[in-house]
Design a protein around this ligand. Structure first.
Ligand SMILES: [Zn+2]
Length: 679
């Protein structure tokens, strides 16, 4: 049955694209309707209705550079991790073996399942299905799932995320009954064995899966279970209502009793905080509380104000670490923030969160991988002048934390990093409350979904965004159909224009969703232009970073990569600089675009690579001699503006993700009149 749906989907797609006989398309259309695979699920009362909702996995397929990026990922560690890392090898307890029995198997699957189905890669699907099948065929008589040797609730929360994606991709009829039995088991057990440790701080991620199942079954006991998790789980909203963690943490945060991290360490833990972004928005779907809907704004404000760094993230290495751009952020926190912003956007429909999703996805995510995605860092730094083994001023992490490798510092990121790109693909489009479609984030893709009156629509999105500002949508409805098309206009996109069939659309406003309601016909074209003038943002000590569209730009340092020990396929690397880094920028903040020359080039085999990046910014700079290295990192930024007697130089900035050694936050140079006379 599964293969039938896949076959029908493929055939339907081909027919639609080939401007086929509409009768044939209509017949297939009605067949596809019978499968639940493509049917999106809105919130079922009493859950609050939302303006946006997720489309089922595989409704959106990556194209262009994004498809290439997923293929790089599949050809890199994500497609081969089980072959080189025993923690997710054949002896995993999540495959019935005697090996790792906690979070690493489910983490790996949370990215491997969507990667495999989005690429429709038979080999990867076979790998993923082996794991999912073990869980589906080894449920305990009491309803429990997972390895019996480890009863922690937390890794099961991750496995539930895996199962809902797998169900959407395959329609496997075993998933929903298994989840119902598991949640009934947990509802009986939780009063006796309440949430603790990681599960207590990450409970909201299970609520996402509970609501997913409730929307498909209407079983009211699921909402009671969600309430129980809410009662036992940590109240992140309370933490940010009165935020006490306004300073960089240090190793004293780990002081406490017992084997687990003390509460204060859990509350300042970077990955916990990234996951917790979604807590209040997700919970608001049940509570209906305006306070819960508003809480995320305060949460993001506090993290930005006290720990914000220029790549879209807050610092945490591995506990929150202040605004110095030489502090790090862990890869798990990057991919978990992306997943949170995707959930927040669906729950609240405010485009500001999709802006942030893109900033993290197009900067912090690629900036912490080697081009071929065979190595990654644990902690990345916006100002990262050397990735070497040694003491750095992290809050609590150790000497390996910013190496590129298989599992520098700790293996959580090695297991968890795979979800980043695939879940971005799945969030590019969402359904709307009024049965239309919304372009939530931009990248090349095609989407196929049902709109008004369950008419199937196929839209091809051609773009080189985020490197360019032009997006072209070609609409292919099965029959002419009226529905609202919502287009996110990013907050930075002042002066954006939209045209339908060559006619400009009025009312385009940055920081909103533009709604175009009309009858759509086959071949209708929507042309979107986002102006991409460079602009300046301000960071620690009044330093400046240069942004253009959703991309942040960095000075790329000359890099020497030295192989350290490790697996031959996935070695660890040190990276040392070969060029100076301590530059300040000369610019007119009121008119930054005037002093910056934009140079575009074709997108290369590796979209985020320092080897021929798709866009470069050329501008004037001067060395700042007093800005020096401290313990392997760029030392504290001098307060801007800064005077420099160094000569003018021309420097080239590249996308953050293309610079594996980089400076992103720079001192701002003011002209020194005495030096001007000397020169
Ligand atoms: Zn991690």
């Amino acid at each position: 049955m599964k293969s039938c749906y896949l076959f029908c989907g493929l055939l339907l797609c081909l027919l639609l694209r080939a401007s086929a006989v509409s009768v044939a398309a209509e017949q297939l259309n009605s067949q596809a309707r019978e499968g639940s695979k493509q049917a999106a699920h809105k919130n079922r009362p009493p859950l609050q209705s939302t303006s946006l909702y997720f489309l089922p996995l595989t409704s959106i397929r990556p194209k262009g550079w994004l498809e290439r990026q997923l293929r790089i990922q599949a050809d890199g560690l994500s497609g081969h991790l089980d072959e080189v890392w025993s923690d997710v090898g054949p002896n995993s307890a999540w495959l019935g073996g005697t090996g790792e029995a906690w979070e690493r198997g489910p983490y790996f699957l949370d990215g491997l399942v969507p990667l495999a189905y989005l690429l429709d890669d038979a080999k990867l699907k076979a790998k993923a299905e082996k794991w999912v099948n073990w869980t589906l065929t080894h449920q305990g008589a009491d309803g429990s799932i997972g390895p019996v040797v480890n009863q922690d609730w937390w890794p099961r929360m991750v496995m539930l995320k895996v199962l809902i994606q797998y169900q959407e991709a395959t329609d496997d009829p075993r998933v929903i009954p298994l989840m119902l039995r598991y949640f009934a088991f947990q509802a009986r057990e939780l009063p006796k064995r309440p949430l603790q440790d990681w599960g207590k701080y990450r409970w909201q991620d299970e609520v996402v899966s509970i609501f997913w199942l409730y929307n498909r079954t209407g079983d009211p006991s699921l909402l009671s279970l969600a309430q129980l998790l809410h009662e036992q789980g940590y109240n992140w909203k309370g933490q940010f209502d009165d935020f006490e963690y306004t300073k960089k943490t240090d190793r004293t945060i780990l002081n406490g009793s017992g084997a687990a991290l003390p509460d204060r360490a859990m509350q300042t833990h970077g990955v916990n905080n990234a996951m917790a972004l979604k807590m209040s928005p997700v919970w608001s779907l049940f509570s209906g509380s305006a306070e819960d809907r508003k809480a995320i704004y305060q949460q993001v404000k506090m993290l930005d104000q006290y720990h914000g760094i220029p790549n879209g993230m807050f610092s945490a290495d591995e506990h929150i670490a202040g605004t110095d751009p030489s502090q790090g952020i862990e890869l798990c926190a990057v991919v978990e923030s992306m997943y949170s912003y995707e959930q927040i956007e669906a729950a609240l429909g405010d485009p500001v969160f999709a802006d942030r999703l893109e900033k993290v996805a197009f900067n912090a995510l690629p900036g912490t991988f080697r081009d071929d995605m065979w190595s990654h860092q644990y902690d990345q730094q916006p100002n990262q002048i050397a990735c070497t083994r040694g003491v750095r001023h992290w809050s609590t992490n150790g000497p390996d934390a910013n190496l590129y490798g298989l599992s520098p510092e700790f293996g959580c990121c090695t297991a968890n990093m795979h979800q980043g790109w695939p879940k971005l693909v799945s969030s590019l489009w969402m359904g709307t409350a009024d049965d239309g479609l919304a372009a939530v984030a931009y990248a090349p893709n095609e989407v196929e979904a049902e709109v008004h009156g369950r008419v199937r629509v196929h839209i091809v999105e051609e773009t080189e965004y985020p490197f360019r500002g032009n997006v072209r949508l070609t609409m292919n409805p099965a029959t002419p159909v009226s529905f609202p098309l919502k287009l996110r206009i990013p907050a930075w996109a002042t002066g954006a224009t939209v045209a339908v069939a060559g006619s400009p659309v009025n009312g385009v406003q940055s920081g909103t969703y533009l709604v175009i309601s009309r009858e759509w016909n086959k071949g209708d074209r929507v042309e979107i232009t986002f102006p991409m003038q460079p602009r300046v943002s301000r960071w620690e000590n009044n330093s400046v970073a240069i942004e253009r569209g959703p991309l942040v730009f960095s000075l790329k340092l000359g890099e020497t990569w030295n192989k350290l020990e490790g697996d031959a396929l996935a070695p660890d690397w040190e990276v040392r600089p070969t060029t100076p880094w301590n530059y300040g920028l000369e610019l007119d903040p009121a008119r930054p675009a005037a002093a910056i020359k934009v140079v575009e080039a074709p997108i290369g085999q590796y979209p985020f690579s320092g080897d021929g990046p798709p866009v470069e910014l050329i501008m004037k700079a001067r060395r700042v001699p007093e800005w020096q290295e401290v313990e392997g990192s760029a030392g504290p930024l001098p307060e801007s503006p800064v005077k420099s007697r160094s000569p003018d130089e021309q420097i080239t900035l590249v996308p953050y993700g293309a610079a594996k050694l980089r400076i992103t936050a720079f001192p701002e140079i003011v002209q020194d009149s005495s030096s001007a006379m000397q020169h």
